[in-house]
Design a protein around this ligand. Structure first.
Ligand code: SF4
Ligand code: FES
Length: 356
């Protein structure tokens, strides 16, 4: 009986491609996997172009995990061109010279295909105006030559052909559909992890910036609206001898040092050091001799000569500092010791200097 063999005359992609890249790896001359689907390259519309690629196309179709690569074959008399090629061993494949390259005719350019595949890996050839050129890497060329050099029995079942190709090193069997899907799932998972990591970093940076801006505004708010309290360190002042403050009912001004020395006679036989800071919001009241009161210019709080508040929004009396006489007989005011009326601290002997 005369020899015959099958050649593929037409190949197409049925709906359902999952864009796994397997077919382009198996037969890049025919299959072009884009971002969304798999396309047949324009030259593959020509039967003469398809003929020598028949084994590769069959391998790609059998490796398609969703079985959407379809083709038509015709039976041709004679022996398959690739039937008598030697079966390469691993060593022979490594050292044997590569079989002569099969020259395949290029398909005439098809304007419709060119328009559809303007982003594909096929680019118009500069040297052949009526043809297209496939830019392939040396690795792909080597793989193609190896595929063609494998001797395939004409009546070998598909599984055996694939096994022989695999033994020859020309074809890496595709994983199961589950493996491929898991592989894609892992890629998607890795991408999702990377995306979550970037999102977490961006979130942390965003919160840090918001916290920084918040602290900045809080500081500005406090500085603008907060009490205008003097921030200098408290100090100890020697202010003079007790007899220098002997006039009853008199206020002696030591505002630059932060207090007044007040002679509370005749009501009380005491010299006290009153803080000049208004207990409302920190302004500095003035002593009004005619009214015999301290009056705050900011919101109108008023204090008696003792420091007790009696008008305006202030909630409590002025504070007093510790007063004592040192070894040389001078009065000393210590601003580090504060006495508050509402806490009953004005009874403390340190809060005044007794006179007369
Ligand atoms: S092997 Fe099948 S599913 Fe994968 S890209 Fe090719 S046609 Fe699509
Ligand atoms: S700060 Fe003195 S009354 Fe408001």
């Amino acid at each position: 009986m005369a020899d015959t063999y099958q050649i593929i005359t037409k190949v197409w992609i049925a709906p359902g491609c999952i864009v796994c890249d397997a077919c382009e790896n198996d037969c890049p001359e025919v299959f072009d996997v884009t971002e969304t689907t798999c396309l047949i390259r324009p030259p593959a519309m020509n039967v003469e172009f398809l003929k020598p690629l028949t084994p590769s196309i069959i391998v790609a179709a059998e490796g398609c995990p969703v079985d959407v690569i379809k083709f038509e074959t015709i039976e041709v008399p004679g022996e398959a061109p690739w039937a008598n090629l030697p079966v390469p061993t691993a060593a022979a494949t490594a050292h044997a010279p590569v079989a002569a390259k099969v020259i395949v005719p290029m398909a005439p350019s098809d304007p419709k295909w060119q328009a559809l595949l303007s982003n594909s890996k096929i680019s118009p050839s500069l040297s052949a105006g009526l043809a297209s050129t496939i830019r392939r890497s040396p690795e792909i060329n080597q793989a193609e030559e190896t595929v063609r050099s494998v001797k395939l029995p004409k009546d070998a079942p598909a599984d055996q052909r694939m096994a022989m190709l695999a033994i020859g090193g020309a074809y890496t069997p595709a994983g199961t559909m589950g493996d491929r899907i898991r592989g894609k799932a892992k890629k998607a998972s890795d991408a999702a992890k990377a995306t979550r990591r970037q999102f977490s970093i961006a979130l942390a940076v965003g919160w840090s910036m918001m916290a920084f801006v918040g602290v900045l505004f809080a500081g500005m708010f406090q500085d603008f609206f907060g009490p205008k309290v003097l921030k200098e360190a408290k100090k100890v002042y020697r202010v003079g001898k007790p007899e220098d403050f002997g006039n009853a009912g008199t206020v002696y001004d030591f505002k630059p040092s932060g207090f007044w020395i007040v002679n509370l006679q005749p009501d009380e036989g005491k010299l006290v050091a009153l803080s000049i800071i208004c207990t409302h919001l920190g302004c500095i009241p003035a002593w009004l001799e005619g009214d015999k009161k301290f009056k705050c210019p900011c919101h109108g709080s008023g204090y008696y000569i003792t420091g007790i508040n009696f008008e305006g929004p202030t909630p409590r009396p002025l504070e007093r500092f510790a007063v004592s006489k040192d070894a040389d007989g001078f009065l000393v005011v210590d601003e580090s010791k504060v006495f508050r009326f509402e806490l009953g601290e004005w009874e403390n002997p340190e809060s005044f200097y007794a006179i007369g």
